[in-house]
Design a protein around this ligand. Structure first.
Ligand code: C2O
Ligand code: CU
Length: 601
C-alpha cells in the first residue's frame, strides 16, 4: 500500500515536471527515438547474384537512424538469425555514460543469442554523420550495417549552405559467405577468399551475369538496378558518405562535378574542393555538390578500389538531373577514377584534411604517454595473424567491461602489452619472418583523463613488396590526427612536425602503406574501448587493441549485458540478492516511461 501511494506521488510529480518541461522548452526539446529491429537472413540480389544477406527488418543496408542532437536513441534488437549471435556497434557515437551500449561483442557485452531481444540506449550527443554495423564475427561483411545522421538542434545552423541532404552508403560485396571467408582465414594452409565481386552504392551493384543461370544471377532483377540520386539543376546537395566496406579502400567521384569536403566523422573540415574523395572503411564524410552541369543528361557516380590491386569492377550509380528519366544511362563512359597505386595522392588528401577555422578544438600540447604500434602480419603456430608489436589480440569469453567492473581477475592476461617495438632493428620494407609473435588477451590500461599518443607504424606484410592500408577506428572517443608520414616514424624528426594548430578530429584514420600515422586522444570516457583495423578480415585475425580507463566510474551495467563466460555466475548472484528488485524497478521505469510518452512530453 505504501508502495502504491509512493508510486502515485511519483507519477504526479513526473506529470508536473513533464508539463513544466513541455511549457519551457517547446517542440525542439530532445526526444526519445525508439526503433524495433528484427535481424534475419534474407536472400538478396544486391549485385544481381542471389546470396544470403543479413537484413534489418528485411533491409540491407538497414534503416537510417535520423536524430537531432541530444535525442536519446533506443533500439530493440531482436535476433532472428536462428543460428548465430549478434551485436551492433554505433560507430562514431561516443557512448558517454553508456559504455555498455557500445555493442562490441566480448568487450562491452555478451552477444545477443538467437531468439533474444536486447535494448541499446544511447544519446546522440553530437551532430554529424555516423554509422552502425554488426560487431560480431564477420557479420558486417554479410550486410548488417546502416547510417546514423544526427542533425543540429533547431535554430542552430551549419557553417555552410545546401538545399538537400542525402545519405550514400558505400560497401563491397562477396559472393562467398563470411563463413567461408572466416574458415579460410583460420585454416592451415591459409586460404584467402580474394577480392570482393562487387562494389555497392546504397546496397546496389551490378555483377556481369553472363554465363550464369538466371536463377543465380539475373541482371534484370530490379533489386540490382543502379541506385539513383535525383538532383534539380542549380541546387546544392550535401552528400553524407559512409564507407562500410569489409576490405576495399575507395575513391568516390561524380562525373564532371567537383565536390567540397565539409565534414569528416562528425567534425567540420576546412573546406577543400576535389574531383575525387578517398574514403576508407569506417570513415564518413559530407561533401557539397552543386548540380551545375548540362541538365539535359545524367552523369555517373562512381567508386573504385584504391590501395590494393583491384580485381573488383567500379561501383556505379546514376546522378540524375530532373526531369530526365532516373534510369537513363549517361551517354559517356564512367570515369575510370584515380590510379589504385597512387599512394602519394592518397597521402596528400589525408594531409589536406584539417579542422575548420572557427571550429578548432585544440589538442593538449603534450601527451602523458606514447604507445607505438607496429602493424605486422605474422604466423603463429602456422596460422596467419595480424599483430601489434608482435601481439595478436584474442578476445576472452567474458567481456572486459563486466570483468573489470566486477573485479574478476582471471578473465584476461594482466601483463600489459608492449608499448613499442625494436624500431632500430626492424626493417619495415622487407618481409620479416615475424615468428616471435604470440596471441594474447592483454589490454592497455590508461590513466583516466590522461592524454595518450598513438603512433601507428606500417610495414611490409608477408608478401614481398606489399604493405596494406589499415583504417584504424577508436571506440568511445575522437582523436586528433597529428600527422602522417612515409617510412619509419622518427621521434626526433617527426614530433616537431605534428600539427597542433588545426588538426582534424576523427574516429577512423588510414595508416598508409609503408607509412605512419600519429594520433592524440584524451582518455576521458570511463569504459573499455576497442581500437582496431576496420578491415573485417584483419580484425578477425587479431588486429585490435583494447583500452581501459576510468572503469571504476562506470555506472551499473544492465543485466542484459551478462550471460556469457564468467558473467553467468554473476547473474545467478544478483538474482539471489536483488534481481527481483531489479526486474521490478525495470517494470516501474517502463510503466512511467509509457505514461510520459502518452502525455507527449
Ligand atoms: Cu566500425 Cu569496432 O567498428
Ligand atoms: Cu588492416
Amino acid at each position: 500500500m505504501v508502495g502504491i501511494l509512493h508510486c502515485q506521488g511519483l507519477v504526479i510529480m513526473l506529470l508536473v515536471t513533464c508539463i513544466f518541461i513541455a511549457l519551457t522548452t517547446g517542440p525542439a526539446a530532445a526526444i526519445e527515438r525508439h526503433y524495433i529491429w528484427e535481424v534475419s537472413y534474407q536472400y538478396k540480389s544486391l549485385d544481381c547474384c542471389k546470396k544470403l544477406a543479413i537484413a534489418i527488418n528485411g533491409l540491407t543496408p538497414g534503416p537510417t537512424i535520423s536524430a537531432v542532437h541530444g535525442d536519446t536513441i533506443v533500439v530493440d534488437v531482436i535476433n532472428n538469425l536462428l543460428m548465430e549471435n549478434v551485436a551492433i556497434h554505433w560507430h562514431g557515437i561516443r557512448q558517454r555514460g553508456t559504455p555498455w551500449s557500445d555493442g562490441a561483442d566480448g568487450v562491452t557485452q555478451c552477444a545477443i543469442m538467437p531468439g533474444e531481444t536486447y535494448r541499446y540506449t544511447f544519446v546522440a550527443d553530437r551532430a554529424g554523420t555516423y554509422m552502425y554495423h554488426s560487431h560480431y564475427g564477420m557479420q558486417k561483411e554479410a550486410g548488417l550495417y546502416g547510417m546514423i545522421n544526427v542533425s543540429l538542434p533547431l535554430g542552430v545552423s551549419e557553417p555552410f549552405n545546401y538545399d538537400f541532404d542525402r545519405g550514400i552508403i558505400l560497401s563491397d560485396w562477396y559472393h562467398h559467405t563470411s563463413y567461408e571467408q572466416a574458415t579460410g582465414l583460420s585454416s592451415i594452409p591459409f586460404e584467402w577468399i580474394g577480392e570482393p565481386q562487387s562494389l555497392l552504392i546504397n546496397g546496389r551493384g551490378n555483377y556481369n551475369c553472363s554465363g550464369l543461370a538466371p536463377s543465380v544471377c539475373n541482371s534484370t532483377n530490379p533489386q540490382c538496378s543502379p541506385s539513383t540520386l535525383t538532383v534539380i539543376s542549380g541546387k546544392t546537395y550535401r552528400l553524407r558518405l559512409a564507407s562500410l566496406t569489409s576490405l576495399s579502400s575507395l575513391s568516390f567521384q561524380i562525373e564532371d562535378h567537383e565536390m567540397t569536403v565539409v565534414e569528416a566523422d562528425g567534425h567540420y573540415v576546412e573546406p577543400f574542393v576535389t574531383k575525387n574523395l578517398y574514403i576508407y572503411s569506417g570513415e564518413t564524410y559530407s561533401v557539397l555538390v552543386t548540380a551545375n552541369k548540362d541538365p539535359s543528361r545524367n552523369y555517373w557516380t562512381s567508386i573504385n578500389v584504391v590501395a590494393r590491386k583491384p580485381k573488383t569492377p567500379n561501383g556505379l550509380a546514376i546522378f540524375n538531373y530532373y526531369p530526365n528519366h532516373f534510369h537513363e544511362f549517361p551517354p559517356t563512359n564512367p570515369p575510370p577514377g584515380p590510379l589504385w597505386n597512387d599512394i602519394q595522392s592518397q597521402m596528400n588528401q589525408s594531409l589536406t584534411i584539417k579542422a575548420r577555422q572557427g571550429f578548432i578544438v585544440s589538442p593538449p600540447k603534450k601527451s602523458d604517454r606514447v604507445i607505438v604500434l607496429l602493424n605486422t602480419q605474422n604466423k603463429i603456430n602456422g596460422y596467419v595473424r595480424w599483430s601489434l608489436n608482435n601481439v595478436s589480440h584474442s578476445l576472452p569469453s567474458t567481456p572486459y567491461l563486466i570483468a573489470l567492473r566486477d573485479n574478476m581477475t582471471d578473465v584476461f592476461d594482466p601483463t600489459p602489452p608492449p608499448e613499442d617495438y625494436d624500431s632500430e632493428n626492424y626493417d619495415i620494407y622487407s618481409v620479416s619472418n615475424n615468428t616471435n609473435a604470440n596471441s594474447s588477451t592483454s589490454i592497455y590500461r590508461l590513466q583516466f583523463n590522461s592524454t595518450v599518443d598513438i603512433i601507428l607504424q606500417n610495414a611490409n606484410s608477408m608478401r614481398a613488396n606489399c604493405s596494406e592500408v589499415h583504417p584504424w577506428h577508436l571506440h568511445g572517443h575522437d582523436f586528433w590526427v597529428l600527422g602522417y608520414g612515409e617510412g619509419k616514424f622518427n621521434s626526433s624528426r617527426d614530433i616537431e612536425k605534428y600539427n597542433l594548430v588545426d588538426p582534424i578530429m576523427k574516429n577512423t584514420v588510414p595508416l598508409h602503406p609503408y607509412g605512419w600515422t600519429a594520433l592524440r586522444f584524451q582518455a576521458d570516457n570511463p569504459g573499455v574501448w576497442l581500437f582496431h583495423c576496420h578491415i573485417e578480415a584483419h580484425l578477425f585475425l587479431g588486429m585490435l587493441v583494447v583500452f581501459e580507463s576510468g572503469v571504476e566510474k562506470v555506472g551499473i551495467i544492465p543485466m542484459s549485458n551478462y550471460g556469457c563466460g564468467k558473467t553467468k555466475s554473476l547473474i545467478k548472484r544478483s538474482f539471489d540478492n536483488g534481481f527481483f528488485k531489479y526486474r521490478l524497478n525495470k517494470f516501474m521505469i517502463h510503466f512511467l516511461n509509457t505514461l510520459v510518452k502518452h502525455t507527449q512530453c
